[in-house]
Design a protein around this ligand. Structure first.
Ligand SMILES: [Zn+2]
Length: 603
């Protein structure tokens, strides 16, 4: 596309038409009303073809004990459960939601039989941290870095400097740009988030369905977009309508006086209490509750911690922690947070080392970390957004620190504004960064201090990060994460006969070093086939893409609409009047590293 033409490929949708985009074609007001009551699930979501799987499937169903049976036949089975074992050729029998048997030649048990010869059958991939409301902002800031306010090691936090903080968080999410010289005031303020709840809804839905096509059967939505109760309701509804297993990790948005975050102890009418009561009464559902409140006071003056508040309402704890080793030390010093942290996940966990040192060594001195020691002792989980941390300047992904402290970290995609949610990319990222750092220590010229080189991780171990560790962090290891009889059938079938991987000589190696999302053939969640032979079951993907594109257009139009305060000034790279992200050039080339010269390169 020509630089001068407008970004949207699709026609700009009139607001009136956009209103009909709410689930089931209801008006936006009706959608919000019903979703607030948790009733919108009865309506068909946008792009949904039918309530059930394809009709052809129904003709092959035989009911055993009144439950649908599916036999995954003759696959290479990677159960990841040592008690079950792995098989060069075996079957997986599913009855209703659950796996009932794994082993060779289970025979035709009645029901549907799916030929898995030439395919790998394994647990679905699981990630543990993803801001899914940002799906409509995909790759908006691919050359940008994160930028933390007040961090001298970071660059400017102020517009026109373009980075995650200014573009994604200030412009697209909060709808206001802080004035760097007058704290508490704004250069530009729309008076609202540019998103409506329905824009969050379609982002959640598309993110979930997109990741099903990538083989990620469970994720954790850490959307920082609960600006009002209606936004939280819409996001939860998007997750529930998708049919994907999820943790909704309740997180604050931009508070303009209408936020109900975080709620309060004993109060089921607002915040975490309201959400728990409205949507999460049952443990036996695909979407479960998490809470982003931290180990300090739940809110200013609260006599209890955020962790206590989340636990009171049955939520797991999932917090961001970027360089916050002192937060962990303080959390452990407060007896209200307990010593069993098996329900706690900390995201990123970068720069937790006690001493100024690279995060690679197993040397007794340089790899010391009080925070990691506490974490190991208390049973906490780590979610490492490995490719994002490398790209966005969070700090070196702390894979080695986690391994040195006996912790198998889970992996997470974090933000689609900068990077894919593809699990193969995440696994390769973890595999390669650990080995790159460790391998370099073997060479004296790269290791003047003669640090000992750590053990290298294996393909199998990174597959376990993307399955078992995710299930443990999301508190569902008793339900999924391995192919174990009695667990629910969240399964991915990977095509191992494709020209990009065949012939297979090592199964784990093929998955981690060879495969990509084209190899994802079938996906089951709780025994239901949700993706089959490369197609989402029951969804019209063209409509979904149309709807999220229209949502992107609506949000962009609001950004360019009338503001309460000021006008959006030009950025260094984006186009202005009207504002539009740079489509063909870099989002953020100028000034991402203000202390280094520009490259002058020759081919
Ligand atoms: Zn994050």
């Amino acid at each position: 596309m020509r630089q001068g033409s407008s970004t949207p490929e699709t026609p700009v949708t009139p607001e009136r038409e956009a209103e009909s985009c709410a689930p089931g074609g209801k008006s936006r007001r009706d959608f919000l009303k019903s979703s607030a009551l948790g009733l919108a699930a009865a309506a068909l979501a946008p792009g949904k073809l039918t309530d059930e799987a394809a009709p052809a499937e129904a003709t092959t169903v035989v009911h055993g004990h009144g439950k649908k049976r599916i036999l995954l036949k003759d696959g290479i089975v990677l159960s990841l459960d040592p008690k079950v074992g792995d098989f060069e050729k075996a079957d997986v029998l599913i009855e209703g939601k659950k796996i009932v048997a794994v082993g060779p030649s289970l025979g035709h048990a009645g029901g549907e039989q799916i030929d898995c010869s030439g395919a790998i059958v394994m647990p679905g991939f699981i990630s543990t941290h993803n801001h899914q409301y940002e799906c409509l902002q995909r790759s908006i800031i691919p050359d940008g870095i994160i930028v933390f306010a007040g961090n001298a090691q970071q660059q400017s936090t102020a517009w026109p400097y373009e980075a995650y903080g200014t573009v994604v968080q200030s412009i697209w999410t909060a709808g206001r740009l802080p004035d760097p010289v007058a704290p508490g005031t704004f250069l530009w303020d729309l008076g609202r988030s540019p998103y409506d709840p329905q824009d969050c809804y379609i982002s959640e839905l598309v993110a979930c369905l997109s990741q099903i096509t990538q083989g990620v059967t469970m994720g954790t939505d850490t959307s920082q977009a609960s600006h009002t109760p209606e936004y939280s309701d819409a996001m939860i509804q998007g997750l529930m309508d998708s049919g994907r297993r999820m943790v909704y990790d309740y997180t604050n948005g931009t508070d303009r006086g209408l936020s109900e975050f975080p709620g309060a102890s004993g109060d089921a009418t607002r915040g975490i209490g309201r959400l728990a009561k409205t949507y999460f009464n049952s443990k036996d559902q695909l979407v479960t509750l998490g809470f982003a409140g931290g180990p300090g006071p739940a809110f200013a003056g609260a006599p209890y911690t955020g962790w206590q508040l989340g636990r009171e309402f049955g939520a797991l704890i999932n917090n961001h922690n970027v360089g916050g080793f002192q937060t962990i030390i303080n959390a452990a010093a407060d007896p209200r947070n307990g010593t069993d942290w098996s329900d706690v996940t900390q995201v990123h966990c970068v720069r937790w080392q006690d001493n100024a040192s690279a995060q690679i060594s197993i040397d007794a001195l340089t790899s010391q970390s009080r925070a990691w020691e506490i974490f190991a002792a208390n049973g906490g989980h780590s979610s490492i957004a490995v490719i994002i941390e490398m790209q966005m300047r969070h700090g070196m992904p702390p894979i080695q620190m986690a391994l040195d402290h006996g912790i198998l970290p889970s992996l997470s995609p974090d933000v689609e504004t900068n990077m894919t949610t593809d699990p193969f990319s995440m696994m390769r990222g973890a595999f390669c960064v650990q080995r790159a750092l460790a391998n370099d220590l073997v060479f004296p010229i790269s290791n003047p201090n003669n640090l000992p080189a750590p053990q290298l991780i294996t393909c199998r171990q990174v597959i376990e990060m993307m399955t078992i560790a995710g299930a443990a962090a999301n508190r569902v290891l008793d339900k999924v994460g391995t192919l174990t009889p009695g667990k629910e059938a969240d399964i991915v079938v990977l095509d191992a006969s494709n020209i990009n991987v065949a012939p297979i000589n090592n199964v784990a190696g093929a998955i981690v070093t060879m495969m990509d999302t084209r190899n994802v053939r079938d996906v089951l969640i709780a025994g239901k086939i949700v993706y089959r032979s490369g197609k989402l079951v029951g969804w019209d993907t063209r409509r979904l893409v149309r709807d999220i594109t229209r949502a992107r257009d609506r949000v962009l139009r609001r950004i360019n609409g009338p503001a309460l305060v000021g006008t959006l000034p030009p950025g260094q790279n984006s186009l202005s009047n009207p504002y539009r992200p740079n489509f063909l050039g870099s989002c953020c080339y100028k000034g991402q590293n203000t202390t280094a010269p520009e490259y002058r390169l020759r081919p």
